[in-house]
Design a protein around this ligand. Structure first.
Ligand SMILES: [Zn+2]
Length: 216
């Protein structure tokens, strides 16, 4: 049982997320991020399975087959895309209820980015680079249904972080994403979002080639 170490890890994680969220103007989310980790259900599981180098949830999964802490967590924290998985009554065959992702508001997609950056920093330590969150994402590509909007923005942000680094990425997100959230969250904005992300990816491709000296 490592209650103290677990508490320290949670606090450190929240501090890093707070810094990231503040940098893009998401103050309330920065302050309230992951508060449920202090609830007894999540806290004592985290303390029992404390690892230091990876999430205690995986240790709980290995032990009992699933993670009770994670189920509690993802049901309460909107920055996890899993929170937004509903069952659909529209596209499912008759008599069936398929699981379907609902579109995630852009401010929570941004918080998810900060969450991943912070988690990678805590677990990777000195080995952390601007590519670590992208590497983590690529390793974890699971069959869980991520909404196309969520996926497009998350992949754009992760790539941006790799090519531009934190400061420029966060400045871009603050100016062009967070302040225009309404535009991205409109009920009919999916195509607009996908086009926006595709243009961003094209620009990043050019930028990364420039960085490598392929273009003058
Ligand atoms: Zn979380």
């Amino acid at each position: 049982m490592s209650a103290f170490q677990h508490l320290k890890t949670v606090n450190k994680h929240r501090k890093l997320v707070r810094q990231g969220c503040f940098a893009v103007g998401l103050y309330k989310q920065g302050l309230l991020h992951d508060m449920s980790k202090y609830s007894p259900t999540e806290f004592w599981v985290g303390a029992k399975y404390y690892q230091g180098t990876r999430s205690p949830n995986n240790a709980e999964r290995e032990d009992i087959g699933y993670s009770s802490a994670w189920l509690h967590h993802k049901g309460r924290n909107k920055h996890h895309y899993e929170y937004w998985i509903d069952y659909s009554i529209h596209n499912a065959p008759p008599g069936m209820h398929g699981m379907m992702p609902a579109p995630m508001p852009i401010k929570y997609i941004v918080e998810m980015l900060m969450d991943r950056v912070a988690a990678c920093k805590v677990y990777n330590g000195d080995a952390y680079t601007n590519s670590s969150p992208m590497e983590y994402y690529n390793k974890g590509l699971d069959p869980a249904p991520m909404h196309p909007k969520t996926k497009a923005f998350l992949e754009l942000f992760l790539r941006m972080l790799e090519v531009w680094g934190e400061e420029d990425t966060y400045a871009f997100i603050k100016e062009n994403i967070v302040s225009r959230a309404k535009k991205f969250d409109d009920k009919d904005s999916l195509q607009f979002c996908l086009d926006f992300c595709e243009r961003g990816q094209r620009r990043l491709k050019k930028d990364s080639l420039q960085h490598k000296g392929y273009l003058k």
